[in-house]
Design a binder for this molecule. Structure first.
Ligand SMILES: Cc1cc2nc3c(=O)[nH]c(=O)nc-3n(C[C@H](O)[C@H](O)[C@H](O)COP(=O)(O)OP(=O)(O)OC[C@H]3O[C@@H](n4cnc5c(N)ncnc54)[C@H](O)[C@@H]3O)c2cc1C
Length: 464
């Protein structure tokens, strides 16, 4: 049993040390420009909606003129455009102006996308993965391309995953030794790590007929699991919106319990703390790990996230007149994240076959996990901290500098495939409820480290 006051004191110590180890805000002019655009979008809901609609049509635009017409069209709907937008609108009045504006818009979108996406294909990404590894940072590659609609697309996605596994494993053999990334108390950790989406492995994943989608995805997922086992790579199955949650969870747990996957590969799934019923999902996962999963030689990695589809779940529930399946108050979601963190560590300390991966850019959520793990008897290297490329870069640097285990999620793909991903990241970055937004506003570190929704009791005095 961890004393809450001692825990809060440890959270402050961990959080302050991480904050101090973060690099100063980048001085790069292009990064400053991105941040300016993000600030502008955060402060104006109408502008944010117009920019998202624009970003959505970019891949379909055939010329710079076309691009500029769409941009000025969307921005023209604003009732009170901010000054930079009015200037852009004036450029749209002439053909030369439209070409220049189109060029600037295309450059801006591409630049922003490259902040989050590491390359067009896995081979482009290899130098980035190697640099990360050399700096003490592991990676997980994600091949963009969601919601497949034909069998051919699903085959193609499975083929790309297979090629990516080969390429990353081959390249990673030449990476230098980094002991803190290659082993924890539960055993060795593969260098190569790929994240996959079940909705891209089958066109048949439907909430109203989950068995069909599961059956169709199962063969392709089995193939990837076999290959990961043979190459000793880790395969992680991402979680998407709630309509596919049960099918994905059942599929992963059923396949991993099959006899042929007892020896491996190392594999993992995702738990979304924004879902009100996530505690029950965690019960099911822990029961599985104690039962069918106990025979496996490699523990199941549980990546704990808050969830990337919050706006989608809220809108979907409102359209159907349902109660939202996600928490609607941010502090409730954050409190649940902490409760699930504790239960995961408790399960791990009791010898249940799970590894814990804390995927968050929220300094409080991350510091809470590190502090709780320490105070409940875990070693620092038994916790993996995960961040997204482009959003969690400063935290990634700080975690690695403390000698802790950090993994960066690196999406790979072209701009068209990356659109859904890019829009989700921009929504996250510009949301007023987001931790990153609070941090960027300059909220003091100790305030950022307060318990979700309120000030704690005064922390216990430090031992003399
Ligand atoms: C390595 C990695 C892998 C990931 N994989 C997945 C994945 O497979 N599936 C997936 O869904 N997500 C995934 N995510 C995305 C993750 O869910 C988001 O990055 C995360 O939600 C942002 O949370 P945070 O703790 O960084 O930031 P915070 O700012 O603390 O939290 C933001 C989150 O809080 C929630 N939220 C926002 N507003 C409210 C509100 N009013 N009420 C209640 N809750 C609210 C939303 O989930 C929002 O994304 C992954 C993230 C990382 C780092």
């Amino acid at each position: 049993m961890v004393d809450e006051r001692v825990l809060q004191r440890e959270i402050l110590a961990v959080g302050r040390a991480l904050a101090a180890a973060m690099p100063a805000p980048a001085r790069h002019p292009l990064k400053a420009l991105d941040d300016k655009a993000m600030d502008l979008a955060s402060s104006d809901r109408e502008l944010k909606a117009a920019l998202f609609r624009f970003i959505d049509v970019v891949p379909a635009c055939r010329s710079l003129d076309d691009l500029a017409r769409h941009l000025t069209g969307f921005l023209g709907e604003l009732n009170t455009p901010p000054p930079p937008v009015s200037a852009a609108m004036r450029m749209g009045n002439t053909r030369a102006g439209r070409t220049a504006l189109g060029k600037a818009a295309a450059f801006g979108v591409r630049h922003m996308a490259h902040r989050f996406i590491v390359g067009e294909d896995p081979r482009d990404a290899l130098p980035v993965l190697r640099e990360l590894w050399k700096g003490g940072v592991a990676s997980s590659v994600d091949l963009l391309g969601e919601a497949t609609v034909t069998q051919r697309e699903a085959e193609h996605y499975a083929g790309r995953c297979s090629d990516a596994l080969e390429a990353i494993v081959a390249a990673s053999r030449a990476w230098p030794s980094r002991p803190q990334l290659e082993r924890d108390a539960a055993g060795p950790l593969p260098r190569a790590n790929l994240s996959v989406k079940v909705s891209a492995l089958t066109p048949l994943l439907r909430a109203d007929a989950p068995e069909r989608g599961k059956r169709d995805a199962a063969e392709r997922l089995r193939g990837l699991l076999r290959q990961a086992r043979e190459l000793d790579a880790h395969l992680h199955i991402d979680m998407e919106s709630l309509d596919s949650r049960d099918a994905v969870l059942e599929l992963v747990l059923e396949l991993l319990a099959e006899e042929e996957f007892r020896p491996g590969p190392s594999a993992g799934m995702v738990l979304q703390a924004y879902l009100r019923d996530s505690p029950e999902t965690l019960d099911a996962v822990v029961d599985w790990a104690r039962g069918a999963g106990a025979a496996r030689e490699r523990p199941l990695t549980v990546r704990l996230v808050k969830g990337a589809y919050w706006d989608h779940e809220i809108v979907e529930a409102a359209q159907h007149g349902w109660t939202a399946p996600v928490f609607e108050v941010k502090a409730d979601c954050d409190r649940n994240y902490e409760a699930l963190t504790r239960r995961l560590f408790d399960a791990r300390h009791e010898g249940t076959g799970v590894r814990v991966a804390i995927a968050s850019h929220n300094l409080r959520s991350v510091s809470h996990a590190i502090a709780y793990n320490r105070l409940s008897g875990g070693a620092d290297l038994d916790i993996e901290l995960q961040v997204l490329r482009g959003l969690g870069d400063p935290l990634q640097v700080a975690i690695a500098a403390q000698g802790l285990h950090v993994r960066t999620y690196c999406p790979v793909g072209d701009l068209v495939a990356g659109m859904a991903y890019l829009v989700r990241r921009l929504l996250e970055n510009t949301s007023n409820d987001s931790f990153l937004h609070e941090q960027a506003r300059g909220v003091p570190v100790d305030e950022l480290l307060e318990p979700p929704g309120g000030t704690p009791e005064a922390p216990a005095p430090a031992p003399a």
